[in-house]
Design a binder for this molecule. Structure first.
Ligand SMILES: NC(=O)c1ccc[n+]([C@@H]2O[C@H](COP(=O)([O-])OP(=O)(O)OC[C@H]3O[C@@H](n4cnc5c(N)ncnc54)[C@H](O)[C@@H]3O)[C@@H](O)[C@H]2O)c1
Length: 363
């Protein structure tokens, strides 16, 4: 399947391209980035000639040798690019967060459905060995019924973007839609929902804001059905990582490298404790990368109808956005916010940018 890469920043250079190059089913045929240097740099790594490295993504979309575009530019650019990609008849796979507002998210989903193209998300943490192992252990009854999931991202210092664009776009709500919650909180949301016995029904959050208005600490409680709860504590500040799943007869806890911080970092082992006090430790293979060729294998097989295995569609991206948006509103109104968010609400249409900018300090 022939890929066009739109947005050629760090994640694409460091993770997407190396994984794609190890996947036999995918060929990168063109790149596009508003920074010509970035487009050519990433295109060069993929073995492209300069004339396949575009600046305007619409030139990439006009090509007839592309089946799917991978969109990894900042979130504020997403809706227009996806709308244009659908109109050009290309399948789409998007980086997170999916969009800035739920209205944009629905527009993207509807545009792709109307054009008959697929819309997918990079929910790449679903491919991490520790989560797959935990899923299997839970399915085998190792901890009984799940009652709580706690995910902490202490020590996850914010990732700056490339020099070719705006390295600090994550701190600018108009470009990012939010800070740590939109950046890594979305990964925690889909992981928590993977393990909870029922979808999240309401969200309460307390956040701390930077001078730019972006949140750098977000402490959230999500209530789900069957009396289960998620605690999602995201911070760009200091601390350690924690990932624990509590069940009625035991628990699963990940062991991270010392001082690693951040729940997306490498996990040393997965520990299972039981009500009798005994523990079992499962080692996780070292050397994990954020993206694996398997992600692209599954994507291609799903699009081409070989196997319906890809785990994250545009609707899953919309869902994580919805929960994150509820967390922002909860901080503002100081109470639990119920899910789903109504399409009649201001939050649905306007998103959280204005809410965040109200926290901006004069500079
Ligand atoms: N899934 C993950 O684990 C993961 C990890 C890191 C980043 N990300 C996501 O990937 C995306 C990119 O993050 P990054 O860290 O690589 O940022 P970055 O700033 O390094 O890269 C963004 C790139 O997009 C380009 N760009 C901006 N506007 C554009 C437009 N209109 N058309 C084409 N290109 C445009 C910029 O020039 C830049 O090269 C973000 O959405 C981020 O949240 C995901």
């Amino acid at each position: 399947m022939r890929f066009g890469l739109i947005g050629c920043g760090w994640i694409v250079e460091r993770d997407h391209v190396p994984a794609i190059l190890r996947c036999d089913k995918v060929e990168i045929v063109a790149t596009a980035d508003v920074s010509q240097d970035r487009s050519r740099l990433v295109g060069g790594i993929a073995g492209l000639k300069p004339d396949a490295c575009h600046v305007d993504y619409r030139d990439l979309l006009a090509r007839d040798d592309i089946d799917i575009v991978s969109v990894a530019s900042p979130p504020s650019t997403r809706v227009q690019i996806v709308r244009d990609a659908a109109a050009a008849g290309k399948h789409v796979v998007c980086e997170k967060p999916f969009a800035l507002t739920l209205a944009e998210a629905d527009e993207m989903i509807q545009a792709c459905e109307a054009a008959g193209v697929g819309l997918f998300m990079y929910h790449n943490y679903l491919y991490y060995a520790e989560h797959r192992l935990a899923q299997k252990l839970i399915a085998d009854g190792a901890i009984g019924e799940v009652v709580a999931v706690e995910i902490c991202a202490g020590g996850s210092r914010p990732w700056l973007g490339t020099e070719g664009f705006r390295p600090g776009w994550r701190f600018e709500p108009a470009l990012s839609g939010g800070g740590v919650m939109m950046d890594i909180g979305v990964h925690a949301i889909y992981l928590a929902e993977l393990f909870l016995p029922a979808p999240m029904e309401s969200v309460a959050a307390t956040m701390r804001f930077m001078d730019t208005g972006a949140d750098d600490h977000a402490y959230c409680q999500m209530r789900a059905g069957h009396d289960s709860t998620a605690l999602i504590n995201m911070t760009w500040g200091e601390g350690t990582a924690k990932f624990e799943i509590n069940g009625t007869t035991g628990y699963i806890s990940y062991v991270y490298d010392e001082n690693m911080g951040y729940f997306g970092g490498p996990v040393r082992s997965v520990r299972v404790g039981s009500a009798t006090g005994s523990t079992t430790t499962y080692h996780v293979p070292p050397g994990r990368t954020q993206f694996t060729p398997e992600i692209f294998d599954d994507l291609v097989d799903t699009i081409s109808g070989v196997r319906d295995v890809y785990p994250a569609s545009g609707r899953n991206g919309r869902r994580t956005l919805e929960v994150a948006q509820a967390a922002y509103l909860s901080t503002d109104v100081d109470r639990f916010v119920d899910l789903p968010i109504s399409s009649d609400s201001e939050l649905y249409t306007e998103g959280t940018v204005e809410l965040l900018l109200a926290h901006k300090k004069a500079q």
